[in-house]
Design a protein around this ligand. Structure first.
Ligand code: NAP
Ligand code: GLV
Length: 313
């Protein structure tokens, strides 16, 4: 049997991934194109934003292993076979990278470093008032792999951290004030100086940041979106920034990526743009993790990190 690697990689990405996949799966036949072997011989697909239709007609497919953590695009692709187990990437290195990005964003907001960068461009020397970490409350929406790592890092930096998730039953995170469910969201938003979005993109969370939720946020608070662009209604965010209700948005993800030339976020003085780099997948750690599920499938052991397609994450 063979493993299809289906990805929207450029040449550099293939060069980065291929040696690590081969090293992690030395006894497997890896192919990049479905027609490289008869379709019936492919029983596993390793995927990263696979081109539309890549997995169609693979009648013996038994595992789809995503190389990305978020699977919203895969779940939205009607050509991905619905009955095949789908596993997502869960990599402690990515969680750590996400915690670093969250810490950088919050520290920059708390200490005014984004404003100092803008002041430098205008040759302005003007120290600003600042708050201590314990005076700057952070809300982390989504306490999964990434959210927990971010919340714990921020608590260790001395911030009061409010965590919000879907289920009450999920284990508490030490040092974090946790709450769950829609009814709790308003008070979480109202108490935070910075709100970090680390929710998965599902039917329930699409557009969660809109005029209504921005109005629930404290005046002068900031939004840090590190999850998916479609969580945010961009026009509502711009309106909240323009009328001064929100202080700043730090955005790593966008409805359309790359962010189109001329998009108002590029030049807005209260928006910081990152090119979807908050927690990049690292082939060095991710290839061996993907390989573990291949070994599990081959040996009949349980597959790890399966996605619940009904709930959407
Ligand atoms: P995850 O492990 O699946 O965690 C999901 C968390 O969100 C869980 O705490 C879950 O609560 C909560 N949640 C789900 N639906 C909810 C709802 N309707 N209301 C309240 N809470 C809800 O996800 P992850 O791996 O941490 O990924 C988080 C996000 O980061 C995803 O959007 C992913 O696509 C994105 N991401 C971005 C980058 C980047 O570079 N920017 C990199 C990787 C991932 P329960 O536990 O109670 O179910
Ligand atoms: C990146 O956004 C990922 O989902 O891994």
């Amino acid at each position: 049997m063979a493993i299809l690697v289906a990805a929207d990689f450029g040449i550099d990405d293939w060069d980065a991934w291929w040696p690590h996949l081969q090293a992690a799966l030395p006894c497997e036949t890896l192919v990049r194109a479905p027609h490289a072997v008869p379709a019936g011989e492919i029983d596993i697909a390793l995927v990263a934003n696979p081109p539309l239709g890549s997995l169609q007609g693979l009648s013996n497919l038994r595992l789809i292993q995503s190389l990305w953590a978020g699977v919203d695009r895969l779940l939205a692709d009607v050509t991905v076979p619905p009955g095949v187990p789908l596993a997502r990437m869960v990599d402690p290195q990515m969680n750590d990278a996400m915690a670093q990005t969250a810490a950088w964003a919050v520290l920059s907001l708390q200490r005014g470093f984004f404003e100092y960068a803008a002041q430098q461009r205008r040759s302005v020397w003007a120290p600003r008032p600042w708050r201590r970490a314990d005076e700057f409350t952070v809300a982390v929406l989504g306490l999964g792999q990434m959210g927990r790592a971010a919340a714990q890092r921020l608590a260790a930096l001395g911030h009061p951290v409010l965590g919000w998730q879907r289920h009450d039953a999920v284990a508490a995170v030490s040092g974090i004030e946790c709450s769950a469910g829609e009814a709790a969201l308003e008070s979480v938003l109202a108490r935070a100086d910075a709100v970090i979005n680390l929710l998965p993109l599902t039917d329930a969370t699409r557009g969660v940041f809109a005029a209504r939720t921005f109005a629930q946020m404290r005046r002068g608070a900031s939004l840090v979106n590190l999850a998916r662009g479609a969580h945010v209604v961009e026009a509502d965010l711009l309106a909240a920034l323009d009328r001064g209700h929100l202080d700043r948005a730090v955005l790593d993800v966008f409805a359309t990526e790359p962010l189109p030339t001329g998009h108002p976020f590029w030049s807005h003085p209260a928006v910081t743009v990152l090119p979807h780099v908050a927690a990049p997948t690292d082939a060095r750690s991710a290839a061996p993790i993907a390989a573990r599920n291949v070994f599990a499938l081959r040996s009949g052991a349980p597959l790890q990190h399966l996605v619940d397609r009904t709930r959407g994450y």
